[in-house]
Design a protein around this ligand. Structure first.
Ligand SMILES: NC(=O)c1ccc[n+]([C@@H]2O[C@H](COP(=O)([O-])OP(=O)(O)OC[C@H]3O[C@@H](n4cnc5c(N)ncnc54)[C@H](O)[C@@H]3O)[C@@H](O)[C@H]2O)c1
Length: 280
């Protein structure tokens, strides 16, 4: 065989890579899984061999997603969760999901909300809502899953979804940025607390992604700073360095990796998944 005949720089199908059964025999809880990034994470974990419990507050969308993914026969369960609810209801949702799966190997804390408001006119309830759903509720989910994992004595993993807004933020979305910055710190401390049980805890910091959340944000920003929502939306999702939007599976793959045994020595990190826009 001549050197010239060997392929050079083969084009890699980077946006549609092969899916390996990384999570065969494993079970995970995924919050915010009715739609958006949570659904993408659930779909990927399922494709990689896991059984999954999808948790969300959107009853109808949750039911539809569970059915789309094959339902109980495929090892897919739906459980109602309200992260703004009282601690008992959050613990009860986590317990139901764990019971349905039998035992679990980890948690993807994906659910979250964004609230936009001018920096000097932030309604009190924007703070309460954002901190409750983005920080306190997810922490309580982590507590419930961590207690299960500690009892099981086989380690495990927890991945939360923070945001580039937790590192850089936006002046018209201070509670959101603060809640995500808090998730980064909560991740570091939970990792510190759970490391001795071989439970690795990390978070990801995605950049703007094309989801319902960002469309809603574009409408709110246009009311605060002017401009057309569609222009603002495009500005938020098209990433300068790659000239396109980030695909949800591109973020889901990082979350899946951090949930896997392969990431055993990655602990307490906040991993940017933002096409290079955050330099730290
Ligand atoms: N879209 C972005 O640009 C972007 C960027 C960085 C980080 N994030 C984060 O990614 C995660 C997923 O967001 P998304 O973009 O897929 O948005 P999305 O609105 O499509 O999905 C969020 C999900 O969370 C669920 N949820 C909201 N409130 C809840 C509650 N009280 N209890 C239970 N579930 C609740 C929603 O029903 C929904 O299914 C969020 O944590 C978000 O902050 C999003």
């Amino acid at each position: 065989m001549h050197l010239e005949t060997l392929p050079e720089n083969p084009a890699l199908p980077i946006r549609t890579p092969q899916v390996f059964p990384t999570h065969a025999g494993k079970s995970f809880l995924v919050t915010g899984a009715a739609r958006g990034l949570g659904r993408a994470v659930a779909e990927l974990l399922l494709a990689q061999g896991a059984r999954i419990a999808l948790l969300d507050i959107l009853d109808e969308e949750l039911k539809a997603t569970v059915a789309d993914l094959g339902g109980e026969a495929a090892g897919v369960f739906g459980v109602r969760l309200d992260l703004a609810g009282d601690p008992e209801s959050i613990a009860a949702s986590a317990a139901s999901a764990i019971e349905l799966l039998g035992e679990v190997d980890g948690l993807a804390n994906v659910a979250g909300v964004g609230r936009q408001a001018p920096p000097l006119d932030i309604p009190r309830d924007a703070w309460a809502q954002t901190m409750g759903i983005n920080l306190i509720g997810p922490h309580e989910m982590s507590q419930a899953v961590a207690n299960h994992l500690i009892g099981r004595k086989q380690g495990g993993s927890i991945v939360s979804v923070a945001s580039e807004a937790g590192k850089i933020g936006h002046v018209d979305s201070i509670p959101y940025g603060a809640s995500k910055a808090a998730v980064i710190n909560e991740t570091r401390m939970m990792s510190e607390a759970l490391s001795k049980h071989d439970i690795n805890v990390n978070c990801v910091c995605p950049g703007g992604m094309p989801t319902a959340m960002l469309k809603k944000a574009a409408v709110s920003y246009s009311k605060i700073i002017g401009g057309k929502p569609e222009d603002l939306y495009e500005h938020m999702i098209i990433h300068e360095r790659i000239g396109r939007a980030i695909d949800l599976p591109e973020v889901a793959r990082v979350i899946s990796f951090l949930l896997s045994d392969e990431a055993f020595v990655i602990r307490g990190q906040a991993v940017n998944v933002d096409a290079g826009s955050t330099p730290f």
